[in-house]
Design a protein around this ligand. Sequence first.
Ligand SMILES: *Cc1c(COP(=O)(O)O)cnc(C)c1O
Length: 372
Amino acid sequence: MQVEFYRHSLEEKDMDNVLAVLRSVFLTSGPVGAKFEAKFADFTGIPHVVALSSCSGAMHLTLLALGLAPGDEVITTPMTFIATSTVIMHCGAKPVYVDVEPDTGLLDASKVEAAITPRTKGILPVHLYGAMCDMKALAAIAQKHNLFIVEDCAHAIECSRDGVRPGEMSEASCYSFYATKNLTCGEGGAIACHGADMAALARQLANHGMSKNASGRYHGKYEHWDMVAEGWKYNLDDIRAALLVDQLDRLRGLRQRRQAIVDRYDAGFAGAPGITRPRAPGTSAHHLYTLWVDPERRDAILHELKGRGIGVAVNYRAIHTLTHLRNTLGYAPEDFPEAYRIGLSTITLPLYPKLADDQIDYVIETVRDVAK
Ligand SMILES: *Cc1c(COP(=O)(O)O)cnc(C)c1O
């Protein structure tokens, strides 16, 4: 049996929406993106949404809009995708890592205060695998020390914890619509924030720092545009936004299927020798299903699963151990022992709504056999 690592849940309707854009005048950021932004604001409950070409771009612009500058520090996690750190470095600032909780893999709020220095400007937590960090604890620390919080919500749209949803207790939350994310248009992202000023600034910085975007130049009478800041090119075009508008309506339903798959996996791996897995506090978005196995055998298990037709990944090897970040930031692997250990033990299994029950059972049976 073959079990692919990921399959999207796009439907004919979404593809028709793309064709409608292709048949219209406007291909870049325009009315479809604006419609998605309004719907996403409604979904998240956060008033201002800026649709962008990636979550990396979203985090970069958010940090710039918050005034992050060379010499500043941002506290974040080494158990994440590299973008969570590189966006801090794009601003000339330094990622300062705090280790993760041993049982969840989430940024350990109890260790954050010890990492604060006079240069610390903010905290960038990641809701890993779809499970939320302890936002109440992080927000209390941020308030006490006058720090901003920007949430990396690449794994986390449809989740909550302690009655808190992403974006509710921070300056901004940043989302990814990358090919394998729960909501996808291939490549895409968004900022959701509370301040109209921050959204306007992010929108301007996403478009070269121009005073008008293409839609503004197309509609209405001719007016010169100005360059008012040095910006980037991070806007989302309407071709890709067209894949998101109706897909968003299905997201909660798709999460139900993800939950059922996770329940089936959990039951299948219960008591299996050599297999444990992170605890997911709150209501997880169930973006990724990861297991922890013997670090000595992890790579052999990965190869064996791949050989038996199962798509696997590692989310993640602790990023402070990767060559460039290790050389640039100068951390040793053991500086963050929990993240390091998790990074050596992790295997990510297929998790997506289209996964059939017999595929799930094949994965369970094969993993149990290989890991024992
Ligand atoms: C995918 C991902 C990103 C980057 O998202 P892009 O849209 O590809 O820029 C950032 N953080 C985490 C945790 C991710 O998984």
